[in-house]
Design a protein around this ligand. Structure first.
Ligand code: GTP
Ligand code: MG
Length: 145
């Protein structure tokens, strides 16, 4: 059975373009509960670790440089079938291929500056949530909700 938690980040371009409010509205309208949230500026080393799975890809340096170029908004989000439904809500990695109405179609400006991140598995949702939040922080939020 799939889990009820995913991890997301609003990426630096969308923060710079003042889309935080619009994006949070889309997320809540889609039925997600924001269980934990904070703004945070990653160092290049943190971005390198977060995206380490892509370290041999040609876009890696551009990706980690972009992801550490300004504040992001990190979130733990709750809803049934959280991971899969969230990937549909954000749309394809390349905004030109993203479906109408998806967050990337609306707010991304390029493949690198593609507005938002969403975990790709329950295991990564857990790993990424604990990268930004203490377990206490987000487990306490889940209990309150
Ligand atoms: P995330 O939610 O950010 O993990 O994106 P994703 O799961 O849709 O894509 P993936 O994990 O494969 O890649 C991570 C990030 O690397 C993407 O969000 C893009 O910003 C960037 N990326 C992936 N493929 C390409 C590419 O072919 N070119 C460029 N310039 N960037 C890419
Ligand atoms: Mg990914």
């Amino acid at each position: 059975m799939s889990g009820n938690k995913t991890f997301s980040m609003i990426k630096p371009g969308a923060v710079r373009n003042k889309h935080i409010g619009h994006i949070l509205s889309k997320i809540e309208e889609a039925g997600y509960t924001i269980a934990a949230i904070k703004t945070f500026k990653m160092t290049i080393d943190m971005a390198a670790e977060f995206y380490a799975v892509h370290k041999d890809r040609p876009f890696y340096q551009e990706l980690i440089s972009f992801m550490s170029s300004g504040p992001i908004v990190a979130m733990v989000l709750l809803k049934e079938n959280a991971v899969e439904d969230f990937r549909k809500l954000i749309g394809a990695t390349d905004p030109e291929k993203a479906e109408e109405g998806t967050i990337r179609k609306l707010f991304a400006t390029s493949k690198t500056a593609n507005a938002i991140h969403g975990s790709d598995s329950d295991e990564n949702a857990e790993r990424e949530s604990s990268f930004f939040f203490s377990r206490q922080e987000y487990l306490r939020s889940e209990q309150v909700i």
